[in-house]
Design a protein around this ligand. Structure first.
Ligand SMILES: [Zn+2]
Length: 341
């Protein structure tokens, strides 16, 4: 094989490689292999010195012609590949606006919040101010200032969650009363809602964590009938105009006289059913006239001023309104229940 045939062979080899290339990176490799500074065709030029002088010019021309031909072919293929690759890229990057978006479920307020809000609205409508107070409460506000005798069972560590000797998780929202009374002068009409804690075995009607609404009013000449009127208005606004209230004597350290408040059973309308155990009444909470000791403790003269106070479980009200039959559902975090708001 003579030197011209070598060039031809290299040219054929390169052509075949170019035609079978699948992507532009392969073309780059072919470019380097044949036309690069140390490429196989480029190196052919080194043979010139060893050739007979009359062949040298033709040989050089043949090598350059082969190089030019291959360079042209490579450029042509590279252009075509670039176009094809651009097309593919565009296709891949195209946005399909008909694909459904990802759906994120937003968080919602807890189901009880609706009842919280409804209760607050009623008392705001009656001119009450809404207060917040700490869930970790001082012993003196939770018990001592509320006229609890030292031997009261609720004070026992078995009944309440203590943080240390002086602090505990409040056992009732009533704990805010003394805090509010100390900072103001009558007349006052205030209300709070929030979480309370008691050591209790959990079942369908008991929990260690629950919510209360607690209200009180102090002014000159406030009587038990003001309390009854306020609670009747509340019961009718919250549970329906047909609802009646019932007061029966009861004892709480912070009121005198004290009463247990019940409303007409919302399930049977007072006829008697399983929920009200046949009585036609459902217990809502406690109420009464603020004990003179409490007023005195807050620097309010019980000879001049009087007041009433009452507190209810919010879960109880929510359960009656929405036919929820298990207290545990409020804490279980089951989204099927919570998303019903
Ligand atoms: Zn009933």
């Amino acid at each position: 094989m003579n030197e011209f045939e070598d060039i031809k062979a290299l040219e054929e080899e390169a052509k075949k490689l170019i035609e079978s290339a699948k992507e532009s990176s392969e073309l780059d490799a072919i470019d380097t292999k044949f036309l690069g500074r140390k490429g196989e065709l480029t190196l052919q030029l080194r043979k010139i010195g060893s050739l007979e002088p009359e062949k040298r010019k033709d040989f050089g021309a043949a090598v350059n012609a082969a190089k030019n031909m291959l360079a042209g072919q490579l450029a042509d293929f590279k252009r075509r590949f670039a176009e094809k690759e651009k097309e593919l890229r565009l296709k891949k990057e195209t946005l399909d606006v008909t694909v459904p978006g990802r759906f994120y479920v937003p968080g919602t307020p807890h189901v009880l919040m609706e009842t919280f809000d409804d209760i607050k609205k009623i008392f705001i409508g009656l001119g009450y101010e809404i207060f917040d107070s700490p869930e970790v409460e001082e012993y003196k506000y939770n018990f001592a200032a509320l006229n609890y005798p030292e031997e009261h069972p609720a004070i026992d560590e078995q009944m309440s969650f203590y943080i240390d000797k002086e602090h505990l998780l409040r056992t009732h929202t009533t704990a805010y009363q003394h805090r509010v009374m100390l900072g103001r002068k009558p007349p006052m009409k205030v209300c709070t809602t929030g979480k309370c804690y008691r050591v209790d075995a959990v079942d369908a009607t008991h929990g260690h964590t629950f919510h209360q609404v607690d209200c009180f009013a102090i002014d000159k000449g406030i009587t038990f009938s003001d309390l009854k009127g306020t609670l009747l208005h509340f019961a009718k606004s919250m549970l329906g105009q047909h609802v009646e209230t019932r007061f029966r004597p009861d004892f709480f350290p912070f009121v005198e006289p004290g009463a247990e408040v019940a409303v007409t059973c919302t399930i049977c309308g007072g006829k008697g059913c399983n929920v009200c155990k046949g009585s036609g009444w459902l217990e809502l909470g406690g109420a009464g006239m603020i004990h003179p000791n409490i007023l005195r403790g807050a620097g309010i003269d019980p000879e001049v001023y009087s007041g009433f106070a009452f507190g209810f479980g919010i879960e109880r009200i929510h359960m009656l309104l929405h036919n929820v039959n298990d207290l545990r559902m409020f804490m279980d975090n089951d989204l099927r229940f919570l998303r019903q708001r």
